[in-house]
Design a binder for this molecule. Structure first.
Ligand SMILES: *Cc1c(COP(=O)(O)O)cnc(C)c1O
Ligand SMILES: [Zn+2]
Length: 402
């Protein structure tokens, strides 16, 4: 099990595997021994455990084995709207429907092996489901801290794995810091969005993309971003492959935020290293529930990743997101959640700006399935009607080619 973590910014090292942040304030990540790595030497395992030699734990049993190995699909139908050669890395095809499973598949077994207590998380969305599922898979107690006013459909999704759900009254955003403290005081490992073990799991998405393209490399990756955890994992993956001599020119990393809460876009545009937390009146409502952290704990690292790879950060509106969600389905066949649709909306914006070109190979990463987000009761959907006896005639009149 990996024990040495390091700060990307100041280089300080730590030997405590549960450590999340450096004394300088930035998040730490696990060091990787890349010396012996090559694509040919990957394990003959399904999914992300192919890259076991670069992960901090050995392949666990159970549901964790189902993480990773998501399809990378060339999607010509989306080229016109995105303005580039589109590839879709469909992260919604995970056991709990989002890329979070890559992180939980490492973080939960890692925490279980390191200590005897419960595992937990602060989330009422994909992170909550994913953590609870992986804890259930290892028969370990799980505590999920949710906001008091959580919608019942979300409770139902989380509750199916039978964690202890605690509704917390008060400043939910401030729970990130509380979680780090509670984990040292109580017999529980609260696995936050940027726990080093999660970041190790996230990097396997980058490995899968790069291995699929090898010996070529995609020009760009477009990623919805909130806390900056996934972006950090992608960057960690790039750095691992560079250190292993398996990647010369990294793909440019583009991050997309919702314009109702976009501290990273603001910081990028202002040319500063760290995002400033947004105040309550700077934050708006959005349909992209899975993104919009006003104070992203891995924000500085995500910005460093963008600058290191020559990418940028863009924001998109809810209207852009609705349109992109529909285009994903109609022009690509993908059912993605609104947060994930920002990858397409962001690509459109980037090609309008000239940041990506029509010949660029661009990987869009829809981070989560749309299945959980549907069922809004919208009755305005256009349908046709027909009597069974008259169906052949009715159908003939509807088919364009008859
Ligand atoms: C968590 C999540 C994100 C944001 O990831 P961060 O690591 O917080 O930046 C984006 N999309 C979906 C579907 C998510 O669940
Ligand atoms: Zn540091």
């Amino acid at each position: 099990m990996a024990t040495t973590s390091r700060c990307y910014r100041c280089g300080d090292r730590y030997e405590d595997p549960a450590r999340v942040r450096c004394t300088c304030g930035e998040p730490v990540w696990f060091e990787t021994d890349t010396a012996a790595f090559s694509w040919d030497g990957c394990r003959d395992y399904d999914g992300m455990w192919r890259y076991e030699p670069l992960l901090p734990i050995d392949r666990p049993k159970g549901i964790a084995r189902a993480a990773g190995g998501t399809p990378l699909v060339r999607s010509e139908g989306l080229d016109a709207v995105a303005g580039c050669q589109v590839y879709v890395k469909d992260e919604g095809e995970h056991p709990t429907g989002s890329y979070k499973d890559r992180g939980s598949a490492v973080a939960v077994p890692h925490a279980v092996a390191a200590s005897g207590g419960a595992v937990g998380t602060v989330s009422y969305g994909n992170m909550a489901m994913s953590t609870a599922a992986h804890a259930a898979g290892l028969d370990r107690e799980c505590v999920v801290l949710v906001p008091d006013e959580i919608p019942s459909v979300r409770l139902e999704l989380i509750d199916q794995y039978d964690p202890t759900i605690v509704r917390v009254d008060g400043d939910y955003g401030a729970l990130y810091d509380d979680a780090l403290e509670l984990s040292t005081e109580l017999p529980i490992s609260i696995l936050v969005s940027d726990a080093p073990s999660r970041i190790s799991g996230y990097k396997t998405a980058l490995f899968e993309i790069c291995e699929a393209f090898a010996p070529d490399v995609p020009d760009a990756i477009v990623l919805p971003t909130s806390s900056g955890g996934f972006a950090s994992g992608i960057w960690r993956g790039i750095r691992d492959l560079e250190a292993a001599g398996s990647l010369d020119e990294p793909p440019r990393l583009y991050l997309v935020q919702t314009d109702t809460s976009d501290p990273l876009t603001r910081a990028f545009d202002a040319g500063v290293a760290d995002p400033a937390p947004l105040t309550d009146d700077e934050i708006g409502e959005t349909i992209a529930h899975s993104i919009g952290n006003p104070d992203p704990p891995s924000g500085g690292r995500a910005l460093a990743a963008v600058r290191d790879t020559g990418g940028s950060v863009v924001s998109v509106s809810d209207d852009d997101i609705r349109a992109a969600q529909r285009q994903f389905a109609v022009d690509g066949g993908f059912c993605v959640e609104p947060a994930s649709a920002t990858s397409l909306a962001g690509a459109t914006r980037l090609s309008e700006r000239g940041a990506i070109g029509s010949d660029d190979d661009v990987v869009l990463v829809p981070t989560g399935t749309g299945f959980k987000e549907l069922g809004t009761g919208d009755a305005s959907i256009a349908t046709e009607r027909a009597n069974r006896a008259a169906l052949p005639e009715r159908l003939a009149s509807l088919l364009t080619d008859t």
